[in-house]
Design a protein around this ligand. Structure first.
Ligand code: PLP
Length: 462
């Protein structure tokens, strides 16, 4: 018995070391097999990532639609639970912002769990139109339209409204306000709130929406039902949600004097993901509870009707649903950095995980095999393009990985890569994009084949 106990502790030791099996950092369904390989569980199904890679090769992205389903369901249920507990009178709607990940295997599971949609362009709305025409979407689905309303975009909005769909364009400026005068459906308007919150996008100058003063000066706005704001993404603290919410509710109360049909507040995106598994981060539950409680308290204080609430959280829902995996193909010394090595990977940060370069994104990196190896190395990771910016150093610190095995490959997985990286992906040095697999119901399917040299060349007119 005693022996068993020690071996279990040892097993959990490695799991803990790689930050797996922890609900609060979204790794609850990750584990390590007896052989030291990465396991992902979906209920009682499990996927051995190492086996999948041996079959399909690298670089590879693995997407887990079930994670999207669970997170959407959980988000909606949690909002509804706090609405009930607090006696809040408005209702909640979740709108999935398509721009965060437009892949079919991501959008459809979200919609299946009751997500409405938020689109950012005519092309995203075109995909909605196709699903409606194929009778695939319940026509009760509601679509919020952000982004500049080009003629084509407006044409699609009108067309879908004509088919009976609730499509709510969000007015961003005076030109759009003018054009919307002829629009027959409900509209929303975007405010650029005068608050700053802590995050990468804490920009001093914002080019989206009207100022609070401008909105009040506008007085009555035709068919206005939604007041919308979106302050930032990956907001670091809960106060970054509460401050804008209070300000927006005060504005909503004032705007309702001239616009009594205004009944919905859309709080945009911004909910963050604990990319760094070693830091404390707020939970979705405490965030939602504070949002609903604040909304209730403020509205009662202002003596205004509780608005319906819309959240457009994208990253929060889909980042944890994907991992990106590379093989280490070489080790090189880092000059002037005592003892550290570069591990060169068979893919590119600049191409496949562009935020590494663009916003200095931190990722949680774990080995896929050799997870129980005692010998570890502090390394930096280098991409396969010829660009000196194509690297990941965890912000100048280091990444801990097993030493390169002598007779075996080493695979490394980047977690939480489901948000934004795909649509930003590029082809520096004409490297092929990773293969994309989906894992659901115990089955692995190819969602996007590995690009051949012909296919890559074709994109450049060859
Ligand atoms: C980008 C964006 C979102 C999603 O933001 P996340 O930080 O991913 O939640 C939501 N709404 C609007 C208007 C956006 O531009």
């Amino acid at each position: 018995m005693a022996k068993k106990k020690t071996s279990r502790r040892k097993k959990n030791g490695y799991r803990k070391f790689w930050q797996l099996g922890r609900e609060e950092v979204n790794t609850a369904h990750f584990d390590i097999s007896e052989k030291g390989t990465l396991i992902v569980r979906e209920g009682n199904y499990q996927y051995n990532i190492n086996d999948i890679l041996r079959q399909h090769g690298t670089p590879t992205e693995i997407f887990f639609p079930t994670i999207v389903e669970n997170r959407v369901r959980d988000l909606i249920e949690t909002f509804n639970a706090y609405i009930k507990i607090t006696g809040y009178k408005g209702r909640f709607r979740y709108h999935y912002p398509m721009k965060v990940n437009q892949n079919r295997e991501c959008v459809l599971p979200a919609v299946a769990e009751g997500a409405n949609l938020d689109v950012a362009s005519a092309n995203e709305l075109y995909l909605v139109k196709r699903m409606i025409e194929q009778d695939k979407f319940n026509e009760k689905i509601r679509v919020i339209c952000n982004g500049p309303k080009t003629d084509r975009y407006m044409g699609l909005i009108e067309e879908l409204r004509g088919k009976g769909l609730v499509v709510v364009p969000i007015i961003e400026d005076m030109v759009e306000l003018e054009r919307m005068n002829k629009f027959k459906g409900e509209v929303g308007i975007r405010v650029d709130l005068n608050v700053k919150v802590k995050s990468h996008w804490d920009k001093r100058y914002n080019r989206f929406g009207f100022t609070e003063e401008e909105l009040l000066a506008l007085g009555k706005i035709r068919n206005l039902s939604v007041l919308h704001y979106h302050v930032s993404s990956q907001i670091e603290h809960i106060t970054g949600f509460i401050q804008p919410l209070k300000r927006a509710l005060a504005l909503y109360a004032k705007m309702r004097e001239k616009n009594p049909q205004l009944d919905t507040l859309d709080i945009g995106g911004g909910a963050g993901v604990p990319y760094d598994k070693r830091k404390r981060f707020y939970s979705g539950k405490s965030l939602i509870s504070q949002i609903v409680k604040t909304a209730k308290r403020q509205c009662d204080k202002l003596d205004v009707k509780h608005p319906n609430l819309i959240a457009e959280w994208g990253r929060y829902v889909v980042a944890p649903a994907q991992m990106t995996i590379y093989k280490v193909i070489a080790e090189k010394e880092v000059y002037n950095k005592g003892g550290n090595s570069w591990y060169v990977i068979n893919g590119s940060f600049m191409n496949d995980l562009l935020d590494t370069w663009a916003i200095k994104q931190k990722w949680h990196v774990v080995p896929v095999n050799h997870m129980r190896d005692h010998k570890l190395a502090h390394v930096w990771l280098a991409g396969s393009s010829c660009d000196s910016d194509d690297k990941y150093t965890a912000g100048g610190s280091y990444i801990t990985l097993p030493r390169l095995p002598e007779e075996d490959d080493l695979f490394v997985a980047f977690l939480d890569t489901g948000a934004y990286q795909d649509a930003l992906a590029s082809h520096h040095c004409l490297l092929s994009s990773p293969l994309k697999l989906t894992a659901q119901n115990g089955e692995i399917k190819v969602a996007r084949k590995r690009e051949t040299p012909e296919e890559v060349g074709k994109q450049f007119g060859w």
